[in-house]
Design a protein around this ligand. Structure first.
Ligand SMILES: Cc1ncc(COP(=O)(O)O)c(C=O)c1O
Length: 410
């Protein structure tokens, strides 16, 4: 296809392993759920397995990449990816764990100001996490939870409606905790604007970037978010269950007065092995670490982060806008009463993903296409999610998807 020929990033597809069905590469449009494996991931992992075999415990200090400070190998590139300073980011744990760690420190409810703002359609794990934090502090989620809801007949939230909730209820809001990109609708939020509105009313502002990290350019430091968390197995291609990421604004780097759940990996690295009884946290995001991390999981992530660093988020975003625009164009060319796109049309208000509402038999359709090697995914009650990912998807993938989808949906 001519558009693929002209694509300056076309070579990156070759650097990933595409799943195959009946000997043919799948049309894999599911990077919003699980990103593909970089071909170099095995080499990165094998290095650690070899060092473990040859060095045993000495690998902590003498491995090719010593395991003690291994997470730091990811710090610079992670900071670059999310628009942060190295002090502000750490790769650790998984998303929901990190969200709880952040809320323990940054959700400080008082009688007067104890509410949390979330999206009504937030990912269930976020809902469970914020509700449990509210209860943990002795408050009632039916009162303390403010759920942002689209207007009747609409699927996405309007910026002005988010602003007006913050304006109206700001004095009682302790924490605004939104997704950067909503998992179901694909709507991207204006994080700079939300942070500004929240701070103007004295609220803490945090983001779940599960669907934003590696998908959109982020400027967390400049936007002044208080904290953010994300996972690395979607657009970041770190592999299933890969270690997640965490951002803590520089101004909180030495906020020793904040409560935090402590573990030895967050202790000052100079004295960690003196094994003293008193916790002395590292400054910055590192100080929220609990345990020594899974090196194998981080090794796979290193392979992918190298690729992101090389390709550059701005270039990836330019291709992503074009690919998703092409997908939207082809779907609109094949429009039918049997489906509608619920993701916003404006490129600033979405990432790679389009969410297609298929009210009748959509799940069966999604499963049928998957058996043919056309892979998106289904979210109840009626949403078929597809995301052309600029690192490894082509315009031809998008074309093949729409051809099959349009024929099947009728
Ligand atoms: C938006 C969002 N938040 C939270 C999670 C939960 O992530 P984890 O299982 O890594 O805690 C997911 C997982 O898909 C997600 O999409």
């Amino acid at each position: 296809m001519a558009m693929d020929e002209r694509d300056p990033l076309k070579g990156y597809r070759e650097r990933f392993l595409l799943p195959r069905t009946d000997g043919i590469d799948c049309v894999y449009l599911c990077g919003h759920s699980l990103g593909l494996q970089p071909k170099t991931a095995a080499r990165y992992i094998e290095q650690e397995l070899r060092d473990w075999a040859e060095l045993g415990v000495e690998g902590h200090f003498r491995a090719t990449n010593p395991w003690m400070p291994y997470h730091k190998l990811l710090t610079e590139q992670t900071a670059e990816l999310v628009g942060a300073k190295p002090l502000e980011v750490v790769v650790m744990n998984s998303l929901t764990v990190n969200l709880h760690l952040m809320m323990i420190s940054f959700y400080r409810p008082t009688k007067k100001r104890h509410k949390i703002v979330v999206e009504r359609g937030a990912f269930p794990s976020d809902q469970y996490a914020v509700q449990s934090q509210i209860r943990f502090h002795g408050f009632d989620p039916t009162i303390a939870l403010i759920e942002l809801t689209p207007r009747p007949g609409e699927s996405c939230l309007r910026d002005e409606d988010i602003d007006s909730v913050i304006e109206r209820e700001g004095n009682e809001i302790a924490l605004i905790m939104l997704g950067g990109v909503n998992y179901a609708t694909g709507q991207a939020f204006d994080m700079a604007r939300i942070t500004r509105s929240g701070h103007a009313r004295g609220c803490v502002v945090g983001f779940d970037l599960a669907h934003a990290a590696g998908n959109m350019p982020l400027k967390l430091h400049e936007w002044d978010a208080d904290f953010a968390v994300w996972c690395s197995y979607k657009y970041l291609n770190g592999g299933p269950g890969c270690a997640g990421g965490c951002f803590v604004q520089e101004r909180h780097a030495r906020a020793w007065h904040l409560p935090r759940l402590a573990g030895w990996w967050g202790h000052d690295e100079q004295s960690r092995f003196e094994m003293g009884p008193n916790f002395q946290p590292m400054p910055g995001a590192d100080g929220w670490q609990l345990s020594n991390p899974s090196i194998v999981s981080m090794a796979a992530l290193r392979a992918s982060m190298e690729i992101f660093h090389e390709a550059g988020m701005e270039r990836l975003r330019a291709k992503s806008i074009s690919l998703t625009g092409y997908l939207e164009f082809l779907l609109s060319q094949n429009s039918s009463a049997n489906f509608s796109i619920i993701t916003p049309r404006e490129k600033e208000r979405r990432g790679a993903q389009l969410s297609v509402r298929v009210p009748q038999n959509g799940r069966a359709l999604c499963e049928r296409l998957a058996r043919e090697g056309i892979v998106g995914d289904w979210r109840e009650p009626d949403t078929f999610r597809v995301a052309p990912v600029p690192l490894y998807n082509s315009y031809r993938d998008v074309f093949r998807f729409v051809q099959r989808f349009a024929a099947a949906v009728g």
